[in-house]
Design a protein around this ligand. Structure first.
Ligand SMILES: *Cc1c(COP(=O)(O)O)cnc(C)c1O
Length: 359
């Protein structure tokens, strides 16, 4: 498919862009362009691929996404390399996961090559929005939604795929800090057979009340237990978990359909195994978590995802009281894995798995 290029009539001036990306934070400093590709079942599928100015998207008030929430997204980053080039981390895994999400939400798949071409084009076009600061990146947000104007309940016949970018600062401003997490009591994130493994907006909507509750309890993040027994630890609102134990084993909850299959999670499994650790994908209960933290059998708990890479969990709080993991600080494995991933993403170490894709 050929991408049409629509020239931006008024791109941001160099001075304004440089000022905006000095300290961009996260999620508010958007670049000048966006990629869009339309889908119409009646027109034979995907068509009208283009890159042009980032602008508002007209939506009919009956667009299905506004009523029945057919929407999926991805979250990925482009990193600066020392030679001035840029690279993405395992983008083909994002393309595959995007299609897995699409299948679950009864949406059309986007050919993987087209997904990759779209994100590459977006990043190349707005490469100069890369902040020149330690830990800076271009955050890439590909998403798709049902645009058909129709109120009946069935999969839509028209969709829009869009890629937008934002300049992003370091998640770890002022250094890595262990997070304190709240064990959600009254809410679950996903049930067996539900949409927990799809990266869809609705999962996030459902996590906002428990996340807000975590904040009122003085915590940074919420951790969800399984819906059936309320016993097994699943994940945070947007990060997967690893439990590092003193016997050389590491446990991470299995992918049973209720957990988002993180690409950072998958990468960490491989990297921890290369460290000689016995990584097991098996259920881990909240009781076990507390008991092993208290006995010292549990050395560290790591939370991981594209945004925060690897973050140590320091304290876990619930109505039954709090417990601390290790000394409540930043464990060795958290630091080691975080640094290794960051070095890899920035092209500063060898890439034996071929995870880094130059833009
Ligand atoms: C995106 C996401 C993650 C992390 O996935 P990565 O591919 O590692 O960024 C974890 N949990 C949820 C719910 C997510 O949406």
């Amino acid at each position: 498919m050929q991408f049409e290029t629509i020239t931006h009539p008024a791109p941001t001036s160099d001075a304004a862009r440089k000022a905006a990306i000095v300290d961009p934070g996260f999620g508010t400093v958007f670049t000048d362009h966006m990629v869009t590709i339309d889908y119409d079942e009646e027109k034979g599928g995907w068509h009208s691929a283009r890159i042009g100015p980032r602008e508002a998207i007209p939506l009919d008030p009956a667009s299905s996404v506004l009523h029945y929430a057919q929407e999926i997204f991805e979250g990925m980053k482009a990193f600066p390399h020392a030679d001035g080039g840029l690279a993405m981390f395992r983008p083909e895994a994002n393309a595959q996961r995007f299609n897995a999400s699409a299948r679950r939400m009864a949406m059309p798949e986007l050919p993987e090559e087209l997904f990759l071409e779209a994100v590459q084009l977006a990043v190349k076009t707005d490469a100069k929005w890369m902040p020149d600061i330690d830990g800076g990146s271009l955050y890439i947000r590909p998403f798709m939604f049902a645009s058909e104007a129709f109120l009946g309940v069935r999969p839509a016949k028209q969709y829009k795929f869009v890629v937008i970018l934002c300049s992003s600062g370091s998640y770890f401003k002022g250094g890595v800090n262990p997070v304190k997490i709240w064990v959600s009591q009254d809410h679950v994130r996903a049930a067996i057979g539900g949409t927990g493994a799809a990266k869809t907006g609705g999962n996030y909507a459902a996590s906002l009340v428990p996340q807000a509750e975590a904040i009122t309890k003085g915590c940074d993040q919420v951790v969800f237990l399984d819906a059936a027994e309320h016993k097994w630890v699943e994940e945070l609102g947007g990060m997967n978990l690893f439990f590092v134990r003193s016997d050389g084993s590491v446990i991470t909850p299995p992918l049973t359909g209720t957990i988002l299959p993180g690409i950072t999670r998958d990468s960490l499994i491989a990297m921890l195994r290369e460290e000689g650790l016995d990584v097991r994908e098996e259920p881990y209960s909240i009781q076990q978590w507390r008991a092993e933290a208290e006995s010292g059998e549990l050395l560290e708990t790591l939370a991981c995802g594209t945004a925060a890479v690897v973050t140590p969990v320091g304290t876990v709080a619930s109505p039954d009281g709090e417990f601390t993991i290790g000394a409540g600080g930043i464990g060795q494995m958290a630091m080691k894995m975080r640094e290794r991933l960051v070095e890899l993403q920035h092209g500063r170490v060898a890439d034996p798995h071929g995870w880094v894709m130059r833009v």
